[in-house]
Design a protein around this ligand. Structure first.
Ligand SMILES: Cc1ncc(COP(=O)(O)O)c(C=O)c1O
Length: 667
């Protein structure tokens, strides 16, 4: 069990406190280790912290230091001046001791000391490791501000703070002030005593202090461990929560997750699993992104939520401009709501009312596509075509026409795969020719129907659809709730298809998986169709949280990451990786209908047919995947994977290997 020891500053007594903990553990006859990952100032032997710990706690296992620098400077500066290899976050994570015993890991300097030119700091190290942390602080004048700032930095980082060790001559006034400022933080005083030269010179004072320090740490570890591991919240959930899409009679044990970082989620027992479905497809860029967290905190402190009718604010104004610029194609207006379903409701209302406002009131249906899923509110269900999800509500839904979308692979909609393309196009043309006067619009999930087993359309179909809608003057709505924001290898599916829809729906990836937010973007002509002296011709739709300022700020930070990190390009490189994977494994494992687009890959299980939703092998996937370190939620017999786009090449290769192993393990 690793515990990180940091300080409010350099020279506040980190090494003294770490040595005290180690010595205390020795006196309790418990094994203990010490690691100083980066040491600067090695030109002076007395400043080498591992030597100090060895002398003061001689039975402690000393893990070798990974990076040594001669100059007593911050590691980034020392490495630079000495032209020595600098420490990277990856190096430190790889070198992290894997020990059963308590291992005190001592940082260099305080939390925000950088260890490389990229300016990775201990805060980044902690946000990658979630190590329980002890903060060492001075007792004297000036400590209150430094200690309080460091506590806040640790807490805001999501790092478990075990407690604060106040090192030096006791100062009860400062202690009380800090306790008042941070009533939930445990403080422990470590008075300075004569430092023993070695164990033979250890004094009673030193041993007593050490025992107390070790007891404090062990107690705090137990309290923190208990809190997240506790069976109690799992039991509370079982008694009081009602989960979506869950038959509670069958599913008794939802995965108890306690944290998430990058492409991983972590269970309460410390299991690390790849988030293979990007948490219901919302997490486009990786969990726990600091930049988004910072934006959320800053916005919450500035202005949280204010009404968006009759008032406005900068985050929404900036987001409207930014997202419409990114979309281009004449999509100039952004309407705000909270989730994918409501974004679809708004799109349907925009299309329908734009006709009604012009006096065309007989257009009372939409053309949608078989296999589509647009959400779970009533309008969204009506244009959906998924009996499996919405069967019980069918008597309440408005009538919608459906055409068959072509798929470039075999599917239950197109049993002959791309050979059925012509048939689908003919059906579309015939339906529109016959019914276009009744239609208020056409809605499609462009390129990929997600919920209906990741069915993938040939890209040219979008051009055909666009041409048909233009022929009949029908609004073309692209539901890009799933495909938008980089996932298909372009900012939006319509861009990959080279077409220009009239309205698009966005949600899921918009805030990088942090805040519920959705947008319906429309061309200016739709906005203009609602302009009138008559108030009833306005778009009379809104939600309490419409245009939530915190969510808008999260979306702006997400768009920064999306652009700065080239995430659409990343999706393209994943697409190439998936193709290689299928080339290597499809016939070996008998994978059915392998397909991929951008960051989405899917196939049906060996030997299973189309739409075999209750396939018995498929039921075993979540457990088999979990054993291989993956969190997967198959759609019936379709196994799919959509990792967050921050996935590295190495992680992606490993993830694909584990998918192959999971399929083999089923047999
Ligand atoms: C294409 C599409 N549209 C709409 C929705 C509904 O979004 P939400 O679940 O946020 O309401 C989804 C959800 O999966 C979707 O995939």
């Amino acid at each position: 069990m690793n515990v990180f020891v940091t300080g409010t500053d350099t020279d506040v007594g980190k090494t003294f406190c770490a040595a005290a903990i180690c010595r205390g553990m020795e006196l309790k006859s418990l094994p203990v280790a010490y690691w100083k990952p980066i040491q600067s100032g090695t030109s002076l032997p007395e400043s080498i912290d591992r030597n100090v710990v060895s002398a003061m706690a001689p039975s402690t296992t000393i893990v070798p230091t990974a990076f040594n620098f001669e100059r007593p400077l911050s590691p980034d500066q020392a490495a630079h001046l000495e032209q020595a290899p600098e420490a990277t976050l990856e190096d430190l994570l790889k070198a992290l001791p894997k020990v059963e015993e308590l291992c005190t890991i001592e940082g260099a300097g305080g939390l925000y000391v950088p260890f490389n030119q990229k300016a990775d700091t201990w805060i980044d190290f902690l946000s990658a490791t979630f190590l329980p942390t002890l903060l060492v602080a001075r007792t004297g004048l000036g400590t209150i501000n430094h200690t309080s700032l460091s506590i806040r930095a640790i807490e805001q980082n999501g790092t478990p703070l075990l407690g604060v060790l106040l090192s030096g001559e006791s100062n009860s006034q400062n202690l009380q002030s800090l306790q008042r400022l941070h009533p939930n933080v445990a403080f422990h005083e470590i008075p300075h005593v004569n430092v023993p030269k070695d164990a033979n010179h250890a004094t009673d004072q030193w041993d007593k202090l050490s025992l107390n320090a070790a007891t404090f740490v062990l107690d705090q570890l137990e309290a923190h461990h208990g809190e997240s591991e506790a069976a109690s919240w799992v039991a509370e959930n079982h008694l009081h929560s009602w989960h979506p899409y869950t038959q509670h009679q069958i599913v008794k044990d939802p995965l108890p997750l306690v944290r998430a970082k990058g492409i991983y989620v972590y269970t309460n027992s410390g299991e690390r699993l790849v988030d293979g479905n990007s948490s219901w497809w919302v997490n486009t860029i990786g969990h726990g992104r600091k930049e988004i967290g910072d934006a959320i905190r800053k916005q919450q402190a500035t202005m949280d939520h204010v009404i968006f009718a009759g008032a406005t604010h900068q985050p929404a104004a900036k987001l409207s401009k930014r997202i419409t610029d990114l979309a281009g194609s004449g999509l100039t207006r952004a309407f705000y709501s909270d989730n994918g379903s409501t974004a679809v409701e708004v799109a349907l209302k925009m299309a329908f009312q734009s006709f009604a406002n012009r006096g065309e009131t007989k257009r009372n249906t939409f053309l949608a596509f078989r296999g589509s899923y647009h959400g779970d509110t009533f309008g969204a269900m009506s244009v959906g075509s998924s009996d499996g999800f919405h069967g019980p509500f069918s008597p309440l839904l408005f009538k919608t026409m459906h055409a068959t979308p072509p798929t470039h692979h075999k599917s239950h909609l197109c049993p002959n795969g791309s050979d059925d393309y012509g048939k689908c196009v003919d059906e579309l043309r015939a339906t529109l020719a016959e019914h276009h006067q009744k239609l208020a619009g056409v809605i499609i999930e462009p390129l990929v129907q997600g919920a209906s087993s990741m069915l993938m359309q040939p890209i040219p179909f979008l051009k055909e659809l666009e041409a048909q809608c233009q022929t009949y003057g029908l609004p073309l709505i692209f539901d890009e709730v799933f495909t938008g924001l980089g996932r298909v290898g372009a900012a939006f599916a319509f861009q990959r298809g080279g077409v220009s829809p009239d309205i698009i729906c966005l949600a899921k990836g918009l805030t990088g998986g942090t805040m519920p937010l959705s947008l319906t973007l429309a061309k200016e002509s739709f906005f203009e169709a609602f302009l009138s002296d008559d108030k009833a011709k306005a778009l009379l739709h809104g939600h309490s949280y419409t245009g939530n300022a915190i969510a808008c700020s999260a979306a702006l930070a997400t768009l920064d990451l999306y652009e700065n990190e080239g995430l659409a390009e990343r999706a393209c490189s994943l697409e190439a990786k998936f193709s290689k994977f299928f080339a290597a494994y499809s016939s070996q494992l008998n994978l059915q209908n392998p397909r991929s687009l951008g960051a989405i890959m899917a196939f049906e299980l060996p030997g299973s047919g189309f739409g075999d939703y209750f396939n018995s092998q498929a039921q075993k996937i979540p457990a088999a995947a979990r054993k291989n370190g993956l969190f997967l939620r198959p759609l019936g017999n379709t196994l799919y994977c959509i990792p967050p786009l921050c996935i590295t090449d190495g992680e992606a290769d490993h993830c694909l290997e584990m998918i192959a192993k999971t399929v083999s393990d089923l047999n």
